[in-house]
Design a protein around this ligand. Structure first.
Ligand code: ATP
Ligand code: MG
Length: 199
């Protein structure tokens, strides 16, 4: 499961758990992005913080793991590199790349889209209120892509960051350990655009 995880929240965890059960997956590997080029419009929290929050959030689940392949690779993160690296680590594994339907809709803007479908199956998680563009859906090879409805969890990392910035709680939106990690390192208290301190 790829994501920025800035921070990881219960939407991600429910999605991972649902997809794990749906496909009876042996494990779900969370892969925090390195330099997320799709989000170059804002300052993303350092990879080590995002990696550690993901570890904290997933530690108790025996099927959940976290991979450093994207954060340890220099340069921008491309899904094709993620899949190649995971395949090299686990040559016999059948890979399912789990992502949000929003990200899936952009799949043909990703690098080496054809090879992506050779390396993995794709699972698109639909969120409350999200309708996938039928034109985008039509271009996706249906035998390699499955859409999975995730129970209504209107949580996003953006909302969690904005809540922190406004001094509002994120308890129960993110795991307890992540609430504490955010507080310990004073994350998300400064404005993303100006870098100045608010509230
Ligand atoms: P941001 O608000 O910064 O974009 P996000 O909450 O979308 O963050 P990402 O790290 O971008 O989190 O998420 C990784 C993937 O998980 C994305 O493809 C996203 O669509 C999906 N996802 C995020 N939140 C949910 C949710 N509540 N339910 C299901 N899928 C989700
Ligand atoms: Mg997102």
């Amino acid at each position: 499961m790829g994501g920025t995880f800035d921070p990881i929240h219960h939407g991600h965890l429910v999605a991972a758990s649902e997809v794990q059960a749906w496909f009876d997956l042996d494990e779900v590997v969370f892969v925090p992005t390195g330099d997320p080029w799709q989000k170059s419009d804002r300052d993303v929290t350092g990879a080590e913080h995002r990696y550690l929050m993901t570890v904290v959030a997933t530690a108790a689940n025996p099927r959940f793991y976290v991979s450093r392949v994207d954060i340890d690779r220099a340069g921008r993160t491309y899904t094709i590199d993620t899949l190649r690296d995971l395949k090299a680590e686990m040559p016999d594994a059948e890979l399912f790349f789990i992502t949000g339907a929003d990200a899936l809709a952009d799949i043909f803007t990703w690098r080496d889209a054809e090879e992506l479908f050779e390396l993995a199956n794709f699972v698109g998680c639909t969120r409350p209120g999200y309708e996938m563009d039928p034109a985008a859906l039509a271009r996706i090879p249906s035998e390699r892509v499955t859409m999975v409805e995730i129970p209504a969890l209107a949580i996003s990392s953006t909302d969690c960051r904005e809540r922190k910035r406004r001094g509002e709680p994120v308890w129960y939106l993110v795991p307890d350990g992540v609430v504490q990690y955010i507080a310990k390192h004073d994350l998300y208290t400064t404005s993303p655009t100006t870098g100045s301190t608010t509230g």
